[in-house]
Structure formats: C-alpha cells, structure tokens
Design a protein around this ligand. Structure first.
Ligand code: 5GP
Length: 323
C-alpha cells in the first residue's frame, strides 16, 4: 500500500538526492532510475548519486549515464532537502554518499529487505515485493501515470535480476502481472534476456574459469566456496570482468546447500556473497553475524582478514546452522 505521506513528500517536496547501496545491482539501478523518471515527470529537481561506478552491464537503460558516481569533488547545484533511497537496508550501505547529506533532511526509505532498519522518516517496506522496482511500479501507478518504454525497462530489469529470471521462490503471481504490463509498455523482453544472460565480455568468461578453479567443497559437498584474490581483481583481465551472477555457479552444484563467493577487494578485506538453497538456512542471519544483511536466500557482508580467514569464520557459522 502506498501511504498518503509518501505520495505527499514526492508531490510536494523538491531537491531530492536519490541513492542506493554501494556496488548497485540491477534492482538498485532500475529502482533509482525509475524514481528519477517519476521525479522528472513531476518536474522535480533531483540528482542520482551512488558510491562506486555502476556496472556497464546496465548501460542499455536510457538514463544510465545520469547516475553520478560519488567523488570528493562532486558539486551539487542545489541544497538537498530530501533523501530517497531504494534497496538500502541501512544508511551505512550508502557508504560515501553519506558525506553529501546535510543535517535535518527528510529521508524516504523504499526497500524489500527483511534486515531493513526502518531508518527513514517515511518507510515504504514490503518484504513480499520480489524487487524494489516492483514497489516503485506501485508508486508510479498510484500517481496514475502511464509507463513508457524507458521506465518499463528500468522496472523490468529489477524484476528480472532480483527474481533470478522469474526463478527464485520470491517470484510471485504479482511479479508476472507487473512483467506483463511492462512488456505492454514496450520493455524489450527478449533483448534484455539476451544481453543480461547470453552476452559476456571475454574477460568475464575467463574470470569465470579462474573462479571455478578456486572451488572449495566442505561438509561432504554441502557448502561450496569460490573466491578471487586481490591480485586477480586488480589485474588487467580481472578488473574488466563483470561478476554478477557468479555466485550461482557453486550454488548450482547438486547437493550444495550454501554457497559463498569471496572477493578480496582490498588486501585484508573480503566482500562475501552468500546464497542458500535450503529453506531452513537463512543466510541473512549468517551475514548479520559479520555486520551484513540481505535476504533469507541471498545476503552479503564484509570480513576483515585474508580469504583463508574469511572462509574459516564463515565455515564455523554455516556449519552450526547445518548441523
Ligand atoms: P550480493 O551478494 O548480490 O552482493 O547481495 C545479496 C544481497 O545481500 C542484496 O540484497 C544486498 O543488498 C545484500 N548485501 C550484500 N552485501 C551486504 C552488506 O555488506 N551489508 C548488508 N546489510 N547487505 C548486504
């Protein structure tokens, strides 16, 4: 349900900073672009800023280039009065974008994570929504606007990414209803599938080979780890690959219940993606032990230490849940 309070701030407010989490995925990017589309239709002043450079995988989205990557020298030519976040469970996940926030601004929080801390002045949280873009779709509908091809593709991208191509258990009848409307509005269903899932750069495919070589099976094949060390991520080839979806390869192994994809983004700092195929193993709870979060079947966190340290710590916690 879209609250009157949410509609009011969007209708009457101005000077919005729209943002999402660091390393935005397709739902985050689709979400901020569709909010941008709505604010543009309502002739609002706004800017979209995220920490880190969005993946080029999403460059087919019309306003992709309007997403600004945070930098220390970034100048915004208006005073921010409202912050609107999409797919952000807590404000820390905005990382450096926090530096842009003046005191006393209104915060609107649109999200579907069970770990959301309700940090907004207005919180639009729907744990049943399969993607945040589905929620933005409902918001746009509540304004009675008709969709064009651009916004249909922003919303559809979030749906496809967060449902794993309408495959995850989060895929509801509503997801299909919304997808049908987006197709009617001109979203290029076949092009998006072909581009997102059947088109890879040479570096991405080679990276996948390196990743699969690192496969490390534990607990009689119930837990699978894969990783990239810092040297590979910083290498000519490694720095050009797109790792979206890589965690699904170890998860796809028969009998694997939990998969973890570890990336040593800096020396002594490991970014972890966790996935579960077992309805009784909630990886959000495992990520939370390390200060992370996400969903029951897909979560993430960061661990200080080497890849070996991170694996050891994760294994201890996952083992406890599996036994
Ligand atoms: P991914 O593994 O694709 O990066 O993220 C899976 C899910 O976990 C997403 O919903 C993402 O927002 C969440 N997530 C990933 N890393 C973190 C983290 O460090 N902290 C929190 N709170 N959530 C995370």
């Amino acid at each position: 349900m879209i609250s009157e309070e949410l509609k009011k701030i969007i209708k009457e407010g101005n000077d919005f900073l729209v943002s999402s989490h660091i390393n935005p995925d397709g739902d985050a990017i689709g979400g901020i672009l569709s909010i941008g589309w709505l604010l543009n239709k309502l002739r609002k002043k706004f800017i979209i800023v995220v920490d880190s450079t969005p993946s080029e995988k999403f460059k087919y989205l019309t306003d992709f280039k309007k997403i600004v990557s945070y930098s220390e020298t970034l100048k915004i030519d208006f005073t921010i009065k409202n912050l609107l976040t999409v797919d952000v469970p807590n404000l820390e996940r905005l990382e450096k974008v926090n530096k842009l926030l003046p005191k006393g601004i209104k915060v609107v929080n649109i999200d579907h994570h069970e770990s959301n801390s309700n940090f907004g002045d207005i919180n639009f949280i729907d744990l049943r929504a399969c993607s945040c873009t589905e929620m933005v779709y409902e918001l746009i509908n509540s304004f009675g606007m008709s969709l064009d091809k651009d916004v249909a593709e922003y919303i559809y991208t979030g749906l496809v990414i967060d449902t794993g191509r309408f495959r995850f258990s989060s895929t509801t009848p509503r997801a299909f209803e919304v997808a049908a409307k987006l197709s009617e509005a001109g979203a290029r269903i076949s092009f998006i599938a072909e581009w997102l899932y059947h088109t890879n750069s040479m570096e991405t495919l080679k990276g996948l080979g390196v990743l699969l070589d690192s496969l490390d099976m534990n607990m009689n094949g119930r837990i699978a780890f894969v990783h990239f060390d810092n040297e590979y991520l910083k290498s000519e080839e490694g720095s050009k690959m797109d790792t979206e979806g890589f965690v699904n390869y170890p998860l796809s192994i028969e009998n694997v219940e939990v998969a973890a994809f570890l990336q040593e983004t800096e020396k002594g700092r490991v970014k972890v993606s966790l996935r579960s195929k077992n309805n009784n193993i909630n990886v959000n709870n495992i990520a939370a032990i390390f200060g992370g979060g996400g969903h029951a079947k897909a979560s993430g966190c960061r661990i200080k230490g080497t890849i070996a340290d991170a694996k050891k710590l994760l294994l201890q916690e996952i083992r406890k849940k599996l036994t």
